[in-house]
Design a protein around this ligand. Structure first.
Ligand SMILES: [Cu+2]
Length: 151
């Protein structure tokens, strides 16, 4: 009985137009997006961008995907003694009216297993995925970036 009620409630929630209208991606604006140009033989690259939350409620970025790479992960850098290392992170919280800056040496969208060599000045499509399942797709130019210590 309880399970049935729960199932019914979930079905109603899935059908509710409010679920779609209040999507986290609706209040998102992306600035300064770009993908690091890498040599043709490089297996990986990274995308950098500023995610602005223009909404009155917090949002959480939980992932991304792109046709460019087999695997796309959110990464951050942590200090390990003298060395900065990358690690995968589960998500990035952005408060109402705040922004998250993904930049070299810090948080980034990691593109793992590039399917083909990156082309300078081409445009890469990357889809950001939020905690409620809503998505925001951006077009990011591929540009050379000064290498950081750890990439
Ligand atoms: Cu990384």
């Amino acid at each position: 009985m309880t399970a049935l009620r729960l199932a019914a409630a979930l079905a109603l929630a899935a059908l509710s137009p409010l679920t779609v209208a209040a999507g986290m991606a609706d209040g998102i604006a992306v600035e300064a997006a770009h993908v690091r140009l890498m040599p043709a033989a490089a297996p990986n690259s990274a995308a950098f961008l500023t995610v602005v939350n223009t909404a009155a409620t917090p949002v959480r970025l939980v992932g991304a995907r792109s046709e460019l790479a087999q695997t796309v992960e959110l990464h951050d850098h942590i200090r390990d003694g003298e060395i900065m290392r990358m690690r995968r992170i589960e998500g990035i919280d952005i408060a109402a009216g705040a922004q998250a800056v993904l930049a070299p040496g810090g948080k980034h969208v990691m593109l793992i297993g590039l399917k083909r060599p990156l082309v300078a000045d081409s445009v890469a499509q990357i889809t950001l995925i939020f905690a409620d399942g809503s998505e925001h797709t951006i077009n990011a130019p591929v540009t050379p970036i000064r290498p950081s210590a750890s990439h």
